[in-house]
Design a protein around this ligand. Structure first.
Ligand SMILES: [Mg+2]
Length: 172
């Protein structure tokens, strides 16, 4: 029955690991030389030009088979106003509320993530700005936790996708 299929999908999503997705440096690229600009397109957001990776949408769609995709970015809910349409993703996606949650001395996203994600939920987090505190935090989490680091001029790559899918497959 349709209803049961839907229940099953919800159940699978709940059981799948989260993928926390940073935007700047993962999807929105920067720091490249103008003569080596990667493939992509400009997107205006509140009067600021962002250069979106041409491959990020395909990579995130691939990852949606294994993960529940979730924004984890200073863009917060604004990510949903622009990115699903620009990237060809089914949206809106959940997002981690971060504003006003930073704790002095810790990476600014950690308290928001801890408030959002149940401690026993496996998660992967792709970001260009993890620090040592994030590595310690990931090692101390009760559930499997994977940090994937990007380079801002390239953002998410096929190699990252392979690592993420391999990790998620090993959990299942
Ligand atoms: Mg970033």
């Amino acid at each position: 029955m349709l209803c049961n299929d839907w229940d099953k999908k919800v159940h699978e999503l709940r059981d799948s690991p989260l993928l926390l997705i940073d935007v700047d440096g993962v999807i929105s690229l920067f720091g490249f030389a103008l003569d080596t600009r990667p493939h992509g397109q400009f997107l205006m957001v509140d009067g600021i030009a962002h250069f979106l990776s041409a491959v990020a949408g395909d990579h995130l769609r691939d990852l949606s088979d294994d993960f529940e995709l979730t924004w984890c970015t200073g863009w917060e809910e604004k990510a949903n106003d622009y990115l699903p349409r620009a990237l060809g993703l089914a949206g809106p996606l959940p997002y981690v509320p971060l504003t006003g949650r930073a704790v002095p001395g810790a990476h600014w996203k950690l308290a928001g993530i801890d408030a959002f994600v149940a401690p026993d939920r496996p998660l992967a987090w792709i970001d260009d700005a993890h620090d040592d505190a994030c590595v310690e935090w990931a090692a101390a989490r009760r559930a499997p936790t994977l940090l994937v680091a990007t380079e801002p001029p390239a953002g998410i790559t096929a190699e990252h996708v392979g690592r993420l899918r391999g990790w998620a497959g090993a959990l299942a």
